[in-house]
Write a protein that binds this ligand. Structure first.
Ligand SMILES: C[S@@+](CC[C@H](N)C(=O)[O-])C[C@H]1O[C@@H](n2cnc3c(N)ncnc32)[C@H](O)[C@@H]1O
Length: 221
């Protein structure tokens, strides 16, 4: 069961009762997503590109996709692919207040479309943004080799979903990245760093968002 909650920056998040974990930091959902995925993932990667292919692990509320749409608008062509196994119910989606935010209002139709569109089909959200959500477990996901520039790794934490933070999973993702491709994640736990290193990533430990000391950016060299 998934319950809507409010976080400290006024943006909504969810709590999964079965897993016992929030979808975002309770110190601020938008603040955390902007910090980890946009500021330390997207921005450094797009600085030298005209187009980008992004993969997100764990679509959930769609917040990372929305913030990416906002940041890339009128700037760069985007292909955005995201996977999840637990689609949210409409009554939960309708309580996500992200597009009440002044900067995100403009994208409210596209945000609704991300949620209402069918799974496993590519849709064009605007002239520059192609979006596809795939209904599948990460453990079964077999993306093609060398086809993504950036991965947002946003599964539930390694404490509750250890099976998703393994060398086997990171090996598949490493293979899916282009050379110089980047994976960003909010967890800087020791087991995550070792699994990433053992898969061939070079890792950087960066300052985390409010409430978290560190986060990780990993590069395929
Ligand atoms: C921490 S939440 C973050 C979701 C999203 N990025 C957001 O901002 O709302 C983790 C997400 O991973 C999804 N998930 C859990 N197990 C998964 C699996 N085996 N494969 C794919 N996604 C999974 C959950 O359903 C949830 O949506």
């Amino acid at each position: 069961m998934v319950i809507p909650v409010m976080t400290s920056d006024g943006s909504a998040s969810l709590f999964n009762k079965q897993i016992g974990e929030h979808y975002h930091s309770t110190f601020g959902a938008i603040t955390e997503s902007r910090h980890v995925f946009i500021q330390h993932g997207l921005l450094p990667v797009i600085s030298a590109k005209n187009d980008i292919r992004i993969m997100e692990i764990g679509f959930g509320t769609g917040l990372n996709a929305l913030l990416t749409l906002e940041r890339c608008f009128n700037l760069i062509q985007v292909y955005y692919e995201t996977i999840d196994i637990l689609p949210l119910a409409q009554n939960v989606i309708s309580q996500l207040n992200y597009t009440d935010n002044d900067h995100l209002k403009t994208f409210s139709n596209q945000f609704l479309q991300m949620h209402s569109t069918a799974w496993n089909i590519e849709v064009k959200l605007n002239e520059q943004f192609i979006f596809k959500k795939i209904l599948l477990s990460l453990q079964e996901y077999q993306p093609l080799a060398d086809c993504f520039d950036l991965i947002y790794f946003d599964a539930f934490s390694p404490g509750v979903q250890t099976e998703l933070w393994t060398e086997k999973v990171f090996g598949v993702l490493h293979n899916a990245l282009k050379k110089e491709g980047v994976l960003v994640t909010y967890s800087a736990r020791g087991l995550v760093k070792s699994a990433l290193r053992n898969t061939g990533f070079i890792i950087e430990r960066l300052p985390g968002p409010p409430g978290k000391r560190h986060m990780i950016r990993a590069k395929k060299t």
